[in-house]
Design a protein around this ligand. Structure first.
Ligand SMILES: [Zn+2]
Length: 76
């Protein structure tokens, strides 16, 4: 199945997590047409819930780690 997504504008420093006010790295587009913004922490935390209600999840948390795209999250 081919899904054409509308190009979403990149998240900026002005986009803030709806939960904690940190810089947002995830934009969740809801089936209702609404939008939610989450920081990387809350995006990960709510991901299972979001996947049930989202039509699109724009994940820019990869930018957090700089150049490397490897799974090198801070889990300490
Ligand atoms: Zn947050």
């Amino acid at each position: 199945m081919t899904t054409v997504l509308t190009p979403a504008s990149p998240l900026t420093a002005a986009d803030r997590c709806d939960r904690c006010g940190a810089q947002a790295y995830l934009r969740v587009v809801l089936a209702s047409g609404g939008e939610l913004l989450f920081c990387a922490h809350h995006g990960r935390k709510f991901e299972p819930e979001l996947k049930k209600i989202a039509v699109e999840i724009q994940d820019e948390s990869g930018r957090l780690g700089g150049t490397s795209a490897t799974a090198n999250d801070d889990e300490r």
